[in-house]
Design a binder for this molecule. Structure first.
Ligand SMILES: [Mg+2]
Length: 314
């Protein structure tokens, strides 16, 4: 339960911590906060209040609440919640996600059509929101959690590369909740990736890969996941992993959200600094002005971890 809470809250903390540094240069975070543990890092800025979570966490909450309220994976319901949220002027929304949610197509065609037209749809927008579904489906086992990841990803991302990256993340969270160090599971997880996509993920998840070697901006799914795993690999604690992730610059909220989820699951909830969780809050546009606080996120995480997914999903 500590690990499940760590996965959900860690993602939200990373998102809120990285939000103000989005599209900034490398090293901006440690230039402003040179000493770990110094405090004040939940600083806000760029339109975000201190501790305010961005679209990454907002969408993760929407997925988690759908799973709980529908008693399993109800893809049209998740899509409808995304649409209601997207129509309520969230402060931020991914370009691709916005296009898919507002193109007027039904839930099972919108992303595919977008991919057909644009051909480039491997953003990190399905990976960024996967902490809640990863916790929920962990109990269903390896194949079920990876399958669920692909299907939820496909709601907004027509490119199978995004599905596979999200499936890898789901499986890494599953093994971590079981007590396996995620870095030791990478080789086994890669064997489960669709052969068409295995090589690219093997590259960014290799032990010697560094974000400097990325061939795309870290708003793409491959370097985003690779950078999160790199941040976990090259540090020894939750706080340092998130500092490393945000210091990469670029899509800092999402890279830090993915890092925070993996690190939170690995190190557990108690490893997340209290001065980071205290100001944390998640506004939910389209939900009647609701704003989730830490206690709400903890309740959500507990319910997701306790509720067993149905045997048969619709
Ligand atoms: Mg964001």
């Amino acid at each position: 339960m500590q690990r499940a809470a760590g996965a959900v809250v860690g993602a939200a903390v990373g998102d809120a911590l990285g939000g103000p540094f989005e599209f900034g240069p490398r090293g901006a975070f440690s230039a402003r906060f040179p000493a770990p543990g110094g405090g004040g890092e939940m600083c806000g800025g760029g339109g975000w209040d201190p501790g305010e979570a961005t679209d990454d966490t907002q969408m993760a909450v929407l997925v988690g609440e759908s799973l709980l309220e529908r008693g399993g994976l109800d893809l049209p319901d998740v899509f409808a919640r995304f649409q209601r949220w997207a129509a309520s002027e969230p402060k931020d929304i991914g370009l691709q996600t916005e296009d898919v949610l507002t193109n007027g197509m039904p839930w099972d065609l919108a992303a595919a059509l977008h991919f057909q037209i644009n051909r480039r749809a491997a953003g990190n927008g399905s990976l960024m929101r996967a902490s809640t579904s990863a916790v929920y489906f962990a109990a269903a086992g390896r194949d079920a959690t990876m399958d669920a990841a692909r299907r939820i990803a496909a709601l907004t991302h027509g490119d199978p590369a995004a599905w596979e990256g999200t499936a890898i993340f789901h499986e890494l969270i599953r093994v971590t909740l079981e007590g396996t160090a995620p870095l030791t599971a990478l080789r086994d997880v890669l064997a489960l990736v669709h052969p068409d996509h295995r090589d690219r993920y093997a590259t960014v998840l290799a032990p010697d890969w560094e974000p400097d070697r990325a061939t795309e901006f870290n708003g793409a799914v491959w370097p985003c996941l690779g950078s999160a795993v790199w941040a976990l690999r090259t540090t020894a604690g939750f706080e340092d992993a998130l500092r490393a992730a945000i210091d990469l610059g670029g899509d800092t909220d999402t890279v830090a959200a993915v890092t925070g989820s993996l690190a939170g699951a690995y190190y557990g909830l108690e490893a997340i600094p209290a001065h980071w969780t205290r100001p944390l809050h998640v506004p939910l546009p389209g939900s009647g002005g609701r704003v989730l606080q830490l206690a709400d996120l903890l309740r959500l995480a507990r319910q997701l971890a306790e509720r067993r997914p149905r045997e048969r999903e619709r």
